[in-house]
Design a protein around this ligand. Structure first.
Ligand code: ADP
Length: 423
């Protein structure tokens, strides 16, 4: 389990890093394409402007380099110097023709600025064939003061137009990311499925082992009982019959617990709540565990509040919860020394079950409440169990709106803390 969960984490980590790299690269490329499209737009507009200067006499010195007479103060604004007032109708027609010739298919607000009046004296909205925006009611074309007259070409939808040119790239990036995500999700799903299958296999192993020993003992006892003339040794007869009875009871108990634990759903735990003293219930739980305590020679110290700690809860389920936790404390300690204490903090009662056992590694502390999860140390059968006890405990706690936490240090021991409302 340790190795598997580590591999799973590694797989997730690697896929996340890969996804991040791919997303980063995609964003880098999209940004590059955007810059390219921006440059392309600028080139096309510049070519159209050069065409316009060629078509019409706008400046005195025609030999002047176009770069010298055009200013580009903002990416979406071009100022074309003019020395004389052009004939307007042909200016707009030529401008439109040049822009379309050089594939600038976005709308343009053209205005003529007069240096003498320091204002726009003419404005024209040039709607190009592919322009997809309704003209704005009021022009956004900012007025820039210059000591010469100029034609201002303002492209209000330049950004959108460039993005539109990139639709193909954006769509292909989106599809690639989608495919990658789906791919990653299916790998994760398959791996999780495999993980669950193996966990269940562990469970079946544990299950088989748990039932094999008592059945073997019953079989041996039955063979002894079938010996001829056994009835002549009543003592032997009785002791073997007792073994059969004990083992059968043990098996019955295990099956009952297993069914109860495996099929309990926290939302469906049929609670029958009553008022009782937690101290008393803990004492009962310890008493019912006497055979195990004696077998392991466990030392149990109780530090109970002197006053009764009253709660309103399901006595039976809480009893099973305590039994599970105390049994674990005994099971997972070579020489168990357990301290069980109760306290009250405000409206809550705190129950601590502290052991000096093998402890639980930090990376497993959250998972121990998952169904079938067992920490294994090489040989999975060193300590018997199904990995369902703590899951059951968690379900009971959830049904009571109570909390359970674990603090543990490998090699030193664990403390399970329950926090539930008092009355
Ligand atoms: P199990 O039947 O295996 O005891 P649980 O659900 O009760 O199942 O516990 C899950 C796992 O948590 C155990 O297999 C064990 O590895 C770990 N664990 C539980 N309680 C303790 C404890 N007190 N000390 C150390 N490990 C524990």
């Amino acid at each position: 389990m340790v190795i598997r969960s580590k591999t799973l984490r590694l797989v997730i980590l690697i896929s996340t890093v890969l996804m991040a790299i791919i997303i980063g690269l995609q964003l880098y490329w999209l940004q590059k394409v955007y810059r390219y499209e921006e440059k392309q737009f600028n080139i096309n507009v510049s070519k159209s402007i050069r065409g316009l200067y060629d078509d019409m006499e706008l400046v005195n010195d025609v030999s002047d380099n176009v770069q010298k007479v055009v200013e580009n103060p903002k990416p979406d604004l071009y100022l074309l110097r003019i020395d004389c007032s052009p004939y307007l109708d042909s200016l707009w027609l030529n401008l439109k023709a040049e822009l379309t010739d050089f594939d600038v298919y976005t709308d343009c607000e053209a205005s003529i600025y007069s240096h003498e009046k320091n204002a726009y004296i003419q404005e024209q909205y040039i709607d190009l064939p592919d322009a997809y925006h309704a003209p704005k009611e009021k022009s956004n074309n900012p007025l820039l003061q210059r000591d010469y007259s100029y034609i201002a070409l303002y492209f209000p939808h330049r950004g959108e137009y460039i993005l539109k040119q990139m639709y193909f790239w954006m769509a292909s990036s989106g599809i690639l990311l989608l495919v990658l995500t789906a791919f990653g999700a299916s790998i994760f799903y398959l791996y999780r499925q495999k993980f669950l299958n193996e966990t269940q296999k562990d469970f079946v192993n544990n299950f088989t082992h748990e039932f094999k020993t008592p059945l073997a003992v019953i079989k041996i006892a039955a063979e002894v009982l079938r010996q001829p003339h056994i009835e002549e040794k009543p003592e032997k007869f009785k002791s073997y019959a007792t073994i059969v009875d004990e083992q059968a009871t043990h098996l019955q108990g295990q099956i009952q617990r297993l069914l109860e634990i495996a099929y309990t759903d926290s939302k469906k735990v049929p609670l029958e709540k009553e008022d009782f003293d937690v101290n008393e219930l803990l004492t009962q739980a310890i008493t019912s565990l006497h055979p195990v305590i004696e077998q392991k020679n466990a030392q149990i110290k109780t530090v109970f509040l002197s006053n009764p700690v009253m709660v309103h809860a399901d006595k039976y389920y809480l009893q099973l919860t305590f039994i599970n936790l105390i049994e674990n404390a005994i099971k997972y300690a070579p020489q168990p020394q357990i301290e069980i204490s109760t306290a009250v903090e405000g409206k809550y009662c705190i129950i601590n079950i502290k052991d000096n056992g093998i402890g639980i590694d930090k990376s497993h502390q959250k998972k121990i409440f998952d169904p079938f999860f067992r920490v294994t140390h090489g040989d999975i059968h060193t300590v018997k169990g199904f990995g369902l006890g703590l899951n059951f405990v968690k379900k009971v706690m959830d049904a009571h709106a109570a909390k359970i936490e674990v603090h543990s240090e490998p090699g030193k021991g664990s403390t399970f803390t329950i926090r539930m409302a008092t009355i």
